[in-house]
Ligand binder design. Structure first.
Ligand code: PBG
Ligand code: ZN
Length: 325
């Protein structure tokens, strides 16, 4: 059936007609807001490379949580900057450190807000790698038990979902086993299953002070050229007990999002990462693009590709725009 019998424009004639045939819903409930918690008191410091996002100290952390709750955003993901670093990243499982203290403070005030904690070691190690580093490579199996320690400290502090992001082999199985043994069998794991070695993480590494001092992450994060491998990574994480899977970054990897969605039947999260955010903000500042339209179009694209939830630094703005629609 071709032209002139069929005319696609018939169904685009009015806003209501468009709404009737609209295939993708984007809602505030799809959004997860990243929050950076730092040592110190009375800190609310804008992150230069992530304009509109801040470093928060624990004593002010409920302010941002309150904002998130009021906007109707269901979840945050917490990242920590520790007060000390060492070779194994032991501040990552220290109950007195910012992430653990922030979990406690937020849970007490906003028990319904879902707290996801990013679980990695790069922010906590003095060498900046995501695991135990011997000077040239990261030791997978020596790193696993450390992840268990961090996971336990997070759930004890009140985290609702653990999101391991360091791409070690067997990390989901390790954490699942530890949580189950400790009686936390109902805590879901959101696995950063297909996480690429991406240049788009630049602003985050400034924000979290987590850039490796030597070398790169290519021996554990994926090569952006690979797609079949992403399916193998996701499959492994599901077999090991992941409850939610993730593709990261998002914009340059939407084909991966689509393939993972079509292959596996598990809630899929995308991470709209720091570099993606920074590019939009920089272009918007120059008035080269319409920020609101670009952001909504981009987030809608993630949903259309198959994502169920979106971690994004745009969450607060997007929630306002979606609410006011
Ligand atoms: C920890 C981690 C990173 C990001 C999330 N968790 C950085 C990295 O792998 O270097 C990046 C997030 C972003 O760029 O917004 N490993
Ligand atoms: Zn890391």
């Amino acid at each position: 059936m071709g032209f002139p019998i069929y005319r696609p424009r018939r169904l685009r004639a009015s806003e209501n007609l468009c709404a009737m045939i609209c295939e993708t819903d984007l809602s505030v409930k799809d959004l997860i807001y990243p929050v950076f918690v730092v040592p110190g008191k009375n800190v609310k410091r804008e992150i230069e490379s992530l304009p509109g996002n801040y470093h928060w100290s624990v004593d002010r952390i409920t302010k941002i949580a309150e904002k998130v709750v009021k906007l109707g955003i269901p979840a945050i993901i917490l990242f920590g900057v520790p007060s000390y670093k060492d070779a194994t990243g032991s501040s990552a499982w220290d109950m007195k450190e910012p992430v653990q203290q922030a979990c406690k403070a937020i849970k007490k005030k906003f028990p319904d807000l879902v707290i996801i904690t990013d679980l990695c070691l790069c922010e906590y190690t003095d060498h900046g790698h995501c695991g135990v580093f011997d000077g040239c490579s990261v030791d997978n199996d020596k790193t696993l038990p450390l992840l268990s320690k961090v996971a336990l400290s997070h759930v004890k502090a009140g985290a609702d979902i653990i999101a391991p992001s360091n791409m070690m082999d067997g990390y989901v199985q390790e954490i699942r086993g530890t949580l189950d043994k400790a009686g936390f069998k109902d805590i879901p794991i959101m696995a950063y299953s297909a996480k690429y070695a991406s240049a788009y993480y630049g602003p985050f590494r400034d924000a979290a002070d987590s850039a490796p001092s030597k070398g790169d992450r290519k021996s554990y994060q994926m090569d952006p050229a690979n797609s079949d491998e992403a399916l193998r990574e996701v499959e492994l994480d599901i077999e090991e007990g992941a409850d939610i899977i993730m593709v990261k970054p998002a914009m340059a990897f939407l084909d991966i999002v689509r393939r993972v969605h079509d292959t596996f039947n598990l809630p899929l999260c995308v991470y709209n990462v720091s570099g993606e955010y920074a590019m939009v903000k920089a272009a918007a500042e120059k008035s080269w693009i319409d920020e609101k339209r670009i952001v909504i179009e981009t987030l809608t694209g993630f949903k259309r590709a198959g994502a169920k939830m979106i971690i994004t630094y745009h969450a607060l703005d997007a929630a306002k725009w979606l609410g006011a629609k």
